[in-house]
Each structure stands twice: as structure tokens, then as C-alpha cells.
Ligand binder design. Structure first.
Ligand SMILES: [Zn+2]
Length: 726
């Protein structure tokens, strides 16, 4: 075989060095890139030459620099083999940004720059560790967590380049190895955590050496494997078993976590026994308990269409919706027997009790496939939304769009099998429902308590090892109050992700939360119509993060022209997971050529990060166009938590009332602060201070009630003015 050109990033030592030596001894032209340790690489080269091989071509420099990558590829017009063995991030003081740049961005850039000179039949070998490869399912050692997460991010990025790599006539192979006994990383780990190597050996038997893994890399180079293949070397079975053992577990606050697969299957069988088939439509309207979550999944597993309603809805409305949507059966604690042609299945709790569930885990790794029949239903899910006008409307989404949207969510949020999710919100709305399905797809643990008493629920769940909390902003506000009072350790011990959504998050609350807890609130943006749109993640915590894969978001001015980066306008969304129809709504559709006008106001910065400030609702005032949510956002920045209600006004265009929740400070002080925070065209006509603003069941401010108060207030003021004038 003719000599090949082998480029090795990270080839001065360890596995990269061993591969370099072997290839050079075999007569290949080997170019070795190393961050430092040039002297070591030269010594390696001397050894190779002494043994009769070709000298290594050593090129030193940090691959994060484009100039260094150019230098590594200088004079190379054909690459047969590219080995990505460089890795870092265990150094003290290395932050997430550094680790990502080192472990992912530099290597991805190198691959992209190598593609034009990749030989037909060439191979790219990415070297990783089991701890990194499986880090989403099995938690790595804490000392290695940053390296693991960023190496896994690199693996994902390389997989995503698979199409381009194949188009260049090459292939990428990932070689994943267990703890390598004689590697520098293992020595460092052993120093940080004495005994860790032995502990690992006890789990898997023997551990590989540098030479073993170099052999696996050589094998991946010599023997063709399919593009994007993963080669496991040593001990992967233990990780695979850990992953398979991770069934979706569910628990009450008082109670043990139990595998839910057997339960869902049993309830599904029970429902089928009572005549429910894939052509039915089933109403689920019950409290946000573990039983309701199980029944929801069981209905989905029958392949039926499911209508989910908040049990707080008036019974008449529930009966009306059940009839209008032609439901054939209902799961509810409400008396629905009077609805014609509706099979009353009773409450979720009784259904779960009467199902014949196995006492133990009945998992065979099939949790996900149980939901597959539902994917085919074009009307898989019907949810009700009140919208800002207050008229309820049904939103229809296909099973596929819901499942794919949640899958994208799980991918973005990186839920792990060892996560314990505690949603402090109802599961009858899109946010909570998507968490239930996310729990199922990621195979972690779900805790459901009383979301109407969120702080108490969180504190009671403290000992359960909750790692992910989700709540609406007003609940986060209450939780933060409790944390300030009692300290975070007494409220929530192990939470790694604090997530918020459902309504716009005031910047002041986000800031205060970060100051007090040290955690970033991860905000999310979604809707009943579109599902989840954009989510802030630990990787991209700013604003509302980046739109999910499959979702495009643009910002447009009122006249439809596109806004520039950072500029505020209305958000238009085009989503692969969008709704397919609406029910009981004669409003004109917001869809235009696949784009959905959200009616929300926001901006996208030059990194693609989304921000939302509130409902668009523009009003005109003294020749200016002002946005109510814009006023609220500016006031909040200045430390004034105002809810602004705009009433039409013939003379001025809009009459503005600012409501402020406060039981101490005087009205005039707030009024002064608002005036100094806002431009004159946004000054409110009235400022009303209330000890507590009226709120809806979900914790949001009751704007309809405030609107009535604003109207009453204006009438009184007019009468007063008339009397004063007479
Ligand atoms: Zn199980």
C-alpha cells in the first residue's frame, strides 16, 4: 500500500502519540499537532527514526487559533487520515467557554478546513471516552463533568457534519474508550479523587491501556466502517446497562419512585379492554397528579386523540368542549355522565388502581416505542387556550409534531437519566404536558406534588434529590422569597437547572435570582400553537436561548418589514412542530406562508439569542407608537414592577394605568420613579398601588380584572373632574 498522509491533532503523547508512532513506523507521512510539549513530540520522532520509521512532522500551537490550524495543514494537499485526539479542560480555572472552544470548536473547524483536501475513502477518527460519550445518560465523575460535556458536544457536532463528510467521500468514526489506566487524564483524576481508577476497574473488570486504544484507532483506520459509526473499546456494556436500566420513574413526594412503564402499559390495556381504540378521542381533565400523568401516557399509547383540559375549568365548559370535540370517552373527577355518547371512565386515580399493573419494573427499553401509535394521529393533541381576547379556542397538533418537539427539547435541555424533574405547574397545559413527555423520553424520574402550593411542595421534595425545577415567573418569585428567608440548602439541595416559562420573565427577577442562588434562571418560550420554540440551556443560558432545531424565528416591524439584529418587533415563527388546525375560533388565522404571527414582542441579537418582552399590543399616544410590554420592561429595569393597562382614549390615543404591588411605599414615590424611568409619551395617566395584584389560577396577573379597575378608576376621575369644573 502506498504511504498515506496522517494528520493527528494531539499527537505528542498518550493515544495520539502512540498512533503517530505506529503510522510513522508503517511508513506513513505523519503530521503531529500539539498544543505545547513540542520537545516531547520531537523525542517521539527520534525514537521512530531510530526504529527505522519516518520522522514525524511536528507542528506546535493551540488549535483554537485559525493560524495554527492553517499551519497544521500547510503543504498538505491530501489528507488520508485525520485523528482528533486533542482534548483538555481538566486544567484548573478552565471554564465552560474555554473547554468548548478547545474540545469542540477547534476540532470542528479543523475538520471543516480539512474537508476540501480529504482523500476519497479518507477517514476521520474522533477519540472520546465512555464517560463523555454516555454523559447524557450516566453522570460522569464531577471532576470530569466539564470535559465530558464538551467532548460530547464535539461528538454531536461531528455527527452533524456527517453529511458533509460523506459528500467529501470520507467518513467519520468515533472511538470511545473506557478509563485508560496509563493516561495523563487518569493520573490527574486519581490525584483529584484517589481510588477512582480501582472503583472503575471493580465495575467493569479490566481497563484498557494506551496501547490497547491505539490499536482500536488503528483498526478503525484500516478496516472500513460505516460513516458516523461508533466503536466502543472496553467496558461499554456497563454504560449500556446503566442506560437501559434507566426507566422513566415516577413518584409522589411521600412514596418510593417506581418504574412507570408497567403501569402505563397496564392502564393502556385496561382502556383497550373498555373499548378505547386508536380511532377514539378521549378527554382527560383531572388534577396534576402522578396518576393523571400515567393515564395521559396510556391514552396516548392507545393511539387515540387526546383532549387535555384544566380541571379548574367550569364543569359546563368541560361538558361543552367534550361534546363539541366529539369525545367518545372521558377521564375526569368531574360528573360528565350527562354528556351524550360519552363513556365516563372515572377519575385517573381509580383507573390506575383498577389496572392490573406489575409490582416491579417491566421495562425492556421500550418506553419510547409505547407512544409510537400516537405519532400517526394528525389530531393527536387538542389543547385549549384562552388567548388574550379571552375567547377559548382549541388548538390541534399531530402526535408526531408533539413527540418530535419534545424530543428536540430533551436534546437541547440535555436531561439525563439521573435527573429528577419537579414541575411546579399544571400538566394540563403545553408547558407541563411537554415536561411529562420529556420525562418519558429521557427515562429519568418525575415528581409530582401540589403545584398550587409550590413552595411547600419544593421544600417537601428537598430530600428527593430534585435536579430540575420548572415553574412560571410568579412561582419563581415565591420560591426566591423562601430561599432568601431560609437559605437555598433548606429549600432545594441538588437542583442543577432552574427553568422558567409560561409568561415573560422580568429582568429584575432573573437578576435577583442569580444574585441570591448563584444559578441562572433558564427561560423558555413556547405556546399552545407551536409547542416549545426556544429554550435557554446550561450551554446557552442567555435570554431565551436559541430556537430549537426545526424552528425559525424572525422579528418584524408592524408593517411586516424585517427588524435588524437587536431591534424590537413582533416575533414570527415557522416551526416543524406547529399546530395543524384550530377549533371554535372565527378570528383570522395568524398563519402566513408557514409563518405564525405570535403577537409577542421581542428581539434576536447577533448571536441568535431570543428575547421576549411581552404581548405586542401597540397603542398610539401623542403621535408615538408605544408598546405596553415595552413600558413594563423599561419600568422593571428601573426597579418598578408595574403592570400597565391601556384603555382607548379618543383624545390621547390611549389612557395608561400603572398598577404596582406594594404595601409600604407611597403612590407619589412610585409615580416619580416611573416618570424618571420612562419617556414622556409613556408616562401613565394614573398610578394605582395595591397590596396584592389580582392573579389567575396559574399565578399570572389577572389583566382582565385590572382592566375593569382601570375603567372604573377613569370614570371616577372623570366624574371628579366634572364636579371640580362645575
Ligand atoms: Zn422499568
Amino acid at each position: 500500500m502506498t504511504a498515506r498522509t496522517v494528520v493527528i491533532a494531539g499527537g505528542s503523547r498518550g493515544i495520539g502519540g502512540e498512533v503517530a508512532m505506529r503510522r510513522a513506523l508503517a511508513g506513513d507521512r505523519v503530521i503531529v499537532g500539539c498544543r505545547e510539549k513540542g520537545a516531547r513530540a520531537h523525542r517521539l520522532s527520534e525514537q521512530v527514526v531510530a526504529a527505522g520509521g519516518r520522522a514525524l512532522d511536528v507542528r506546535v500551537g493551540d488549535l483554537r487559533s485559525a493560524a495554527v490550524r492553517r499551519e497544521l495543514l500547510r503543504g498538505v494537499d491530501r489528507v488520508d487520515v485525520l485523528v482528533l485526539a486533542a482534548s483538555g479542560g481538566m486544567e484548573q480555572g478552565c471554564g465552560e467557554r474555554d473547554a468548548l472552544a478547545l474540545n469542540r470548536d477547534a476540532l470542528v473547524a479543523l475538520v471543516e478546513e480539512s474537508l476540501p483536501r480529504m482523500a476519497h475513502g479518507g477517514v476521520i477518527v474522533y477519540l472520546t471516552s465512555h464517560q463523555a460519550h454516555f454523559s447524557r445518560d450516566v453522570a460522569p465523575e464531577p471532576e470530569y463533568a466539564l470535559v465530558a460535556a464538551t467532548k460530547r458536544a464535539a461528538e454531536d457536532a461531528l455527527q452533524a457534519l456527517g453529511g458533509r463528510i460523506a459528500a467529501a467521500g470520507a467518513r467519520v468514526v468515533t472511538v470511545s474508550a473506557d478509563v485508560v489506566v496509563d493516561s495523563a487524564t487518569t493520573r490527574l483524576m486519581e490525584r483529584l479523587r484517589p481510588g477512582s481508577t480501582d472503583a472503575r476497574r471493580a465495575q467493569v473488570g479490566t481497563l484498557p491501556t494506551t496501547a490497547d486504544v491505539a490499536g482500536a484507532v488503528t483498526d478503525a483506520i484500516e478496516n472500513p466502517r460505516p460513516n458516523a459509526a461508533i466503536v466502543y473499546h472496553g467496558g461499554a456494556r456497563w454504560f449500556l446497562e446503566q442506560r437501559q436500566a434507566s426507566c422513566p420513574r415516577i413518584r409522589r413526594i411521600a412514596g418510593e419512585p417506581i418504574c412507570a412503564v408497567g403501569l402505563v402499559r397496564a392502564v393502556r390495556d385496561h382502556l383497550e379492554g373498555r373499548g378505547i381504540t386508536a380511532s377514539d378521542r378521549v378527554l382527560v381533565c383531572d388534577a396534576s397528579t402522578p396518576e393523571t400523568a400515567l393515564v395521559l401516557l396510556a391514552v396516548i399509547a392507545t393511539g387515540a386523540s387526546v383532549v387535555v383540559l384544566d380541571p379548574g375549568s367550569p364543569a359546563v365548559e368541560v361538558a361543552d368542549i367534550a361534546e363539541r370535540t366529539r369525545c367518545s370517552a372521558a377521564v375526569s373527577s368531574l360528573p360528565l355522565a350527562a354528556v351524550p355518547r360519552l363513556l365516563d371512565l372515572g377519575a385517573a386515580e381509580a383507573l390506575v388502581t383498577s389496572a392490573d399493573a406489575p409490582p416491579d419494573c417491566a421495562c425492556d427499553g421500550s418506553a419510547e416505542s409505547i407512544l409510537h401509535p400516537w405519532a400517526d394521529r394528525v389530531d393527536g393533541l387538542l389543547l385549549w387556550t384562552s388567548g388574550s381576547s379571552g375567547r377559548p379556542r382549541g388548538v390541534v397538533r399531530s402526535g408526531m409534531s408533539v413527540l418530535e418537539n419534545v424530543r428536540a427539547t430533551v436534546g437541547a435541555m440535555r436531561y439525563r437519566a439521573d435527573d429528577v424533574l419537579l414541575p411546579l405547574l399544571p400538566i394540563s397545559h403545553q408547558y407541563g404536558l411537554s415536561l411529562v413527555i420529556a420525562w418519558w423520553l429521557s427515562g429519568c424520574t418525575l415528581v409530582l406534588g401540589n403545584h398550587r402550593r409550590p413552595v411547600q411542595t419544593l421544600v417537601s421534595a428537598r430530600a428527593l434529590g430534585v435536579t430540575v425545577v420548572d415553574a412560571a415567573p410568579p412561582v419563581i418569585e415565591d420560591v426566591l422569597g423562601a430561599i432568601e428567608e431560609r437559605g437555598i440548602d433548606d429549600v432545594a439541595l441538588r437542583v442543577r437547572m432552574w427553568c422558567v416559562g409560561g409568561s415573560p420573565l422580568r429582568p429584575s427577577l432573573a437578576r435577583r435570582f442569580h444574585q441570591v442562588t448563584g444559578h441562572v434562571l433558564l427561560d423558555g418560550y413556547g405556546s399552545t400553537e407551536l409547542g416549545n420554540v426556544a429554550l435557554a440551556t446550561l450551554e446557552h443560558p442567555e435570554g431565551l436561548g436559541l430556537p430549537l432545531p426545526g424552528v425559525d424565528v424572525v422579528v418584524r416591524h408592524a408593517d411586516g418589514s424585517p427588524a435588524s439584529s437587536g431591534e424590537i418587533g413582533e416575533l414570527w415563527v415557522r416551526s416543524a412542530y406547529s399546530f395543524s388546525a384550530t377549533i371554535g375560533d372565527d378570528r383570522p388565522t395568524e398563519m402566513s406562508r408557514g409563518w405564525f404571527r405570535t403577537g409577542d414582542l421581542g428581539a434576536i441579537d447577533d448571536r441568535g439569542v431570543l428575547r421576549v418582552i411581552g404581548r405586542a399590543g401597540a397603542v398610539h399616544r401623542g403621535g408615538f407608537t408605544v408598546y405596553v410590554s415595552g413600558i413594563e420592561s423599561r419600568a422593571d429595569e428601573a426597579g418598578v414592577p408595574a403592570t400597565v393597562i391601556a384603555l382607548p382614549d379618543e383624545r390621547r390615543g390611549a389612557h395608561l394605568t400603572a398598577f404596582i404591588e406594594d404595601d409600604g411605599s407611597t403612590r407619589s414615590r412610585w409615580s416619580d420613579r416611573l416618570r424618571s424611568a420612562l419617556p414622556p409619551q409613556e408616562w401613565p395617566n394614573r398610578v394605582v398601588v395595591l397590596p396584592r395584584l389580582p392573579r389567575l389560577g396559574n399565578g399570572k396577573v389577572d389583566r382582565a380584572r385590572l382592566t375593569r379597575e382601570a375603567e372604573d378608576g377613569r370614570k371616577l376621575a372623570r366624574k371628579g373632574a366634572a364636579r371640580a369644573g362645575s
